[in-house]
Design a protein around this ligand. Structure first.
Ligand SMILES: [Zn+2]
Length: 223
């Protein structure tokens, strides 16, 4: 590793946001052990990411790592998350993306650990922030295969369920990426509750879905 260079003060606001949403993920039990990782775009080819082998609780700016688009460490004394290449694959594919959240939320995982996920959005929130939910077939975490898979599957969508693993969400900001994590987990939780009592989902009509899609494109330009 290069000689240690601390994160410059100009990035402290972004560092605060990253540690804040890390803590929120942990508080909500969306991550476990050292699991999960979050990142933000600082500049066209500069990114801040959480460190490897660290709980998402109790992080501060000295724990974070700044890397370039090839994964080279620029600032920080710790090692970047082993899933940094999956994050970079999304940023490379989607230049407008500013934040990526990877977590292991239990209701989402309860579907990710099977062969199917509840695909169809049933609320305005899930139609707008989640869209159609898709399951990416299992690949080893941190592998080149998973980065390539995420890169190709990130086109045209903002959330991806990783089979036998967890959830990846992204957005123009880190906040938007985090909202998507919450929305997907709520969607899976409600679906689980409906399935548990044998309730049949009521789907939006074509007209209702068209109106929601209009709303969605007004909320999210560039998507
Ligand atoms: Zn993971």
């Amino acid at each position: 590793m290069n000689e240690f260079r601390p994160i410059p003060k100009q990035y402290f606001d972004q560092a605060f946001a990253l540690t804040y949403y890390s803590e929120v993920l942990w508080q909500k039990s969306f991550v476990d052990g050292n699991g999960g990782n979050l990142s933000m775009r600082l500049d066209e080819d500069l990114f801040m990411i959480t460190p490897t082998l660290h709980s998402k609780s109790g992080l501060n700016e000295a724990d974070l790592v700044v890397i370039d688009g090839s994964g080279n460490q620029i600032y920080g004394s710790k090692r970047a998350s082993s899933e940094l290449h999956a994050h970079l694959a999304i940023y490379k594919q989607r230049p407008e993306i500013g934040g990526v959240v990877h977590s292991h939320p239990p209701y989402t995982c309860s579907y990710a650990f099977t062969d199917s996920v509840p695909t169809v959005p049933l609320s305005a929130e899930s139609a707008i922030w989640m869209g159609e939910l898709v399951l990416a077939p299992y690949n080893t975490p941190g592998s080149t295969e998973i980065s390539e898979q995420i890169a190709s599957m990130s086109r045209g969508r903002n959330v991806l369920v990783l089979q036998n693993h967890g959830l990846m969400t992204w957005g123009k900001t880190l906040e938007e990426a985090y909202w998507r994590t919450e929305v997907v987990e709520a969607h899976c939780k409600i679906y689980h509750m409906m399935e548990s009592r044998g309730a049949k989902p009521r789907h939006f009509t074509y007209k209702q879905m068209t109106q929601l899609n209009d709303l969605r494109s007004r909320f999210l330009k560039n998507d």
